[in-house]
Design a protein around this ligand. Structure first.
Ligand code: FMN
Length: 148
């Protein structure tokens, strides 16, 4: 919701994966997916249903930015792991994945969301670093949606 508000409601739509089908993404050229990590490094239930279908889509020509929510203090060994699962699922869809994010400023032991030394997308920690969220979103949107 915060990302939607910063993007500008007139420029974007927001959808809940719980009420969406993977085919719905075909209506958009530019997409942002947000994913929390649940269990121990696992997908939240609605995402677990949505992701297998998304993985099989042809998203060639689309630009996709991804972000994840996690809790680095309570889950330092599986911090934002679902973001890595989402990244892996998108790699064979033909889309361009944008918005990798520096790991500086976070304290965790392991994260499956790290790719080549960076997070595969923006990581937000509303439990421990909510005061940084707005600025992180602003900086990230400057990269992934410079015209918004
Ligand atoms: C039962 C439970 C398990 C969680 N497991 C993880 C985890 O493995 N890794 C992580 O980074 N965060 C974990 N979290 C933290 C959530 O990802 C975080 O609270 C997030 O903001 C939840 O977003 P949501 O309320 O939009 O689903 C867990 C939270 C709960 C309640």
């Amino acid at each position: 919701m915060k990302i939607y508000e910063q993007l500008g409601k007139e420029n974007s739509n927001i959808r809940d994966v719980a009420d969406s089908r993977p085919e719905d993404v075909l209506s958009y050229d530019k997409l942002i997916f947000g994913i929390p990590t649940w269990g121990i490094g696992e997908l939240q239930d609605d995402w677990a249903v949505f992701l297998p279908g998304l993985e099989d889509m042809d998203l060639s020509g689309k630009s996709v930015a991804i972000f994840g929510l996690g809790d680095q203090e309570s889950y330092p060994d599986t911090f934002a792991d679902a973001l890595g699962t989402l990244y892996d699922a998108l790699t064979n869809t033909g889309c361009k994945i944008t918005g990798s994010w520096c790991t500086l400023g976070y304290e965790f032991i392991e994260s499956a969301a790290v790719r080549k030394g960076e997070f595969a997308g923006l990581v937000l920690d509303e439990e421990n670093q909510s005061q940084l969220t707005d600025l992180r979103i602003k900086d990230w949107l400057r990269k992934v949606a410079p015209n918004s």
